[in-house]
Design a protein around this ligand. Sequence first.
Ligand code: MN
Length: 301
Amino acid sequence: MSPQNSVSFENLEKVALLSDIHANYPALQAVLEDITFRGINVIWLLGDALGRGPYPVEVFHWMQETFFKEKNLIVIGNHDEWIDKEGGRPVGGDANPMFVASDMLEYHELSQIPDFFDWMEKIPVECWAAVDSSYQFFLRHEYFLNSPKEVCYPWTRNVIEENMNWLVHQKSQQVNVMLLGHSHIPMLCLQTGETIESRKVIPFRIYFLNESKNWIINPGSIGYPIDRDTRASYGVLDLKSGTYQLIKVTYPLDEVNNKIVEKKYPQSIIPQLLSAPLPSSVPYDWLDHFDAVREVKESHG
Ligand SMILES: [Mn+2]
């Protein structure tokens, strides 16, 4: 592990976990306001800041102001890489044509920023972060997968097992927490004894990290949620009290949708943002999980 991929901190109190902003700047701004309101000044971003949305330049400038300084951490996402290295075209897999179209438009805008490529080049794929002698975090955008075609959603048992087993084999003495994005669906997995449990993640509920030595946490998506909840989703780690909370924040959806029309980005994204539909691959017994989540209204505290 090279030095920049391994950091250690002391006395870290609260960390905001952000992922999958997808060039949705109004959603990001609403989340940043909420983060400030909660007195948090450390941000860890789990990839896919770019791609799909109509505000790539605004989000990129925010990234430049925010990362490679203080205690903030960033890892690269697949869309970030496609825009940076492939002109917006996906590598492998079958990508939705509307996302390819929007990523290519983003590439067109971002490639005109003189230091765009140099700056993106510095973002690591993964990062270890130790906090005091208590926690060992591992940040990465995508789940580890043996079969690259596998869909990595929280109900896909073998994916969870593969990632949890990898984490357990690190044999760290601290509490191990794998922080992932990519699925756009909040997830909280823990290992107790021989059992791997996938928890319902109820917004604003407090989960205690001392329940398990091994966790997988996914804070969902800020700019493109697909958990039947259109609000921007992010996570808060409170390392003094040893807790995790999923936060949901409303933002002006109309503003984003108008911008998509104005900038001639693919309009098929609009109904997705307006309903945050679960993928059709979700098993029936998981539906109540997300409906339960949707019932919880926004509240501070
Ligand atoms: Mn994504």
